[in-house]
Ligand binder design. Structure first.
Ligand SMILES: Cc1cc2nc3c(=O)[nH]c(=O)nc-3n(C[C@H](O)[C@H](O)[C@H](O)COP(=O)(O)O)c2cc1C
Length: 248
């Protein structure tokens, strides 16, 4: 007899925590496979165990898979994703310079993004992490929802799934709220897609940690800030405007 979800323990992972952190990349290509309820349960359980200020637990997760409304939401956000990517592609010069060479990282990224937005309406799961405001918006309120979001992505990695944080619902916020009955004052903090990756989880590439970790003097790394063997690097993404803009 198959066990009910009440009887099924939280799954463990073959991927240890540190390896998972070092290989949780943005995954934008998914196999066309629905996510079993137990896996959704375990990933969202991890998300809901995230921290929040005073443990207010002001986060909620709207999980959209195959229902009619879910498909409508996916289609709506897919359109927004396509429009946003078209703008970014032009503004960030994805087709200029090295982007004109098919094998350059820029051109590969552009192909991945094009594939992602073209297939967005069919992603296995679309998750809208929502923040319930209990005071006027503050610049730090994200601190009570994004750790939960990262729990979700790490749990996905641990169970063989992959996902990516986007802001694609932003442009259709009102319509999505109407469709799904999300109160107007709720902040949809991200638009996340999840599925079984096509391809492998590669190592995360960032700038060397000595450029990102300082001791008691700004921009001066402590002597232990040395990347572990085999670390892969990449420069910061575009655009690189400084803020606030300097006069003159
Ligand atoms: C706040 C935020 C917004 C993002 N917005 C988008 C987005 O709109 N579209 C997208 O495809 N990826 C988006 N990403 C994913 C980033 O591009 C990705 O995390 C980054 O390039 C690092 O990828 P990597 O971990 O595979 O190296 C976003 C990530 C964050 C944290």
């Amino acid at each position: 007899m198959t066990k009910s979800l009440e009887e099924l323990e939280l799954q463990t992972s073959d991927v240890d925590l540190m390896t998972g952190i070092a290989s949780t990349r943005a995954i934008r290509r998914y196999k066309d496979e629905p996510i079993p309820k137990r896996d959704l349960r375990d990933m969202l359980f991890a998300a809901t165990r995230g921290p929040s200020g005073s443990n207010r637990q002001t986060f909620r997760f709207v999980v959209l898979t195959e229902s009619e409304k879910a498909q409508a939401a996916k289609a709506m956000i897919a359109k927004s994703a396509q429009a946003m990517w078209n703008t970014k592609r032009a503004n960030d010069g994805y087709d200029a310079g090295s982007g004109a060479k098919a094998q350059s990282p820029k051109a590969r990224m552009a192909r991945t993004m094009q594939h992602y937005v073209d297939n967005f309406a069919n992603v296995p799961a679309l998750i809208l992490p929502c923040f319930i405001r209990y005071r006027a918006p503050t610049s730090s309120e994200g601190a009570s929802i994004y750790p939960a979001v990262q729990n979700l992505l790490l749990a996905a990695r641990g169970l063989g799934y992959g996902g990516v944080i986007t802001g694609f619902a932003g442009a259709v916020d009102k319509e999505i709220k109407e469709l799904l009955g999300i109160p107007e004052e709720v902040f949809i903090a991200a638009t996340i897609t999840l599925g079984k990756p096509v391809g492998n989880h590669g190592p995360v590439r960032r700038r060397p940690m000595s450029e990102l970790v300082f001791g008691d003097t700004w921009e001066t790394a402590p002597d232990w800030a040395i990347d572990p063997p085999g670390t892969r690097h990449t420069s910061a993404g575009p655009p690189k405007h400084a803020w606030p803009k300097k006069e003159g």
